[in-house]
Design a protein around this ligand. Structure first.
Ligand SMILES: CC(C)(COP(=O)(O)OP(=O)(O)OC[C@H]1O[C@@H](n2cnc3c(N)ncnc32)[C@H](O)[C@@H]1OP(=O)(O)O)[C@@H](O)C(=O)NCCC(=O)NCCS
Length: 211
């Protein structure tokens, strides 16, 4: 297993990996349209912060990646990236995404009625950096994830970042355990993620931080 930085020539292989790297996990897909989801969670990181993107390679094939961002407040917001993806890919005209948005609107209304906390990005100067990590099924439990994380921690140290946060799902128990092992701790409430379902059930955002 080799951990290395992202190069421009990796773009196509990384796009292919993106489609399958979350397989089986509660964060596998938002609305079943990988191209638009890559526009939110992959392309902006390749375009705007390639030096915070690391790859795990096994026998010449990409099997995992970590997209990092040193300063979340200076990065295009997730809300804006989602809005761009909806417009660019005309998602309201597509069956699965449209069903997601309808469910999402109902969930959000219920959250507002109950005055529950709502899901969303955090922008806190104590933990300005954030990351996303995905390992293809065949490379989970091999140390690829540890390797990517430590490469990211090295970058955080080298750049003097005060802290890092990430957002996963309470229901992604394997990921939460992994992040705890990597020194992250749970932070804040666990709001419902509007629209998203895992095995038919609602899911909840879990924010984690590491100083
Ligand atoms: C979450 C995720 C990144 C965690 O990576 P992982 O490799 O599955 O990490 P795990 O903690 O499950 O496995 C680590 C295992 O590898 C082992 N391991 C660690 N380093 C190793 C090495 N160098 N060689 C061999 N095994 C190693 C550990 O001992 C551990 O085994 P154990 O669970 O029996 O103790 C990965 O499961 C994944 O990408 N899942 C799908 C997408 C996802 O959920 N992403 C996160 C979204 S927020």
């Amino acid at each position: 297993m080799r951990i290395r930085p992202f190069h421009e020539t990796d773009r196509d292989a990384l796009r292919q990996l993106f489609v399958r790297a979350g397989e089986g996990s509660p964060t596998e897909s938002l609305w079943g349209h990988p191209e638009s989801e890559a526009g939110i969670y992959l392309e902006p990181y390749m375009d705007h912060e390639p030096e915070s993107l690391f790859l795990a390679e096994d026998d010449g094939a990409l099997v995992g990646y970590l997209t990092g961002c040193l300063d979340t407040a200076a990065f295009l917001s997730e809300e804006q990236r989602i809005a761009d993806a909806i417009r660019r890919h005309r998602l309201v005209l597509r069956r699965r995404p449209a069903a997601f948005f309808a469910r999402s609107a109902l969930d959000a209304a219920a959250v507002a009625l109950r005055r529950d906390p709502s899901a969303g990005e955090i922008r806190d100067p104590r933990w300005p950096a954030h990351l996303h990590i995905n390992i293809a099924p065949e490379a989970r439990g091999t140390g690829a994830a540890d390797g990517l994380m430590h490469r990211w921690f090295d970058r955080l140290t080298a750049t003097g970042a005060p802290g890092c946060h990430l957002q996963t799902l309470v229901e992604n128990t394997r990921a939460v355990r992994f992040f705890e092992r990597m020194g992250f701790t749970a932070y804040g409430p666990t709001p419902l993620v509007p629209g998203l379902r895992y095995r038919g059930a609602r899911v909840h955002q879990r924010t984690m931080i590491r100083a």
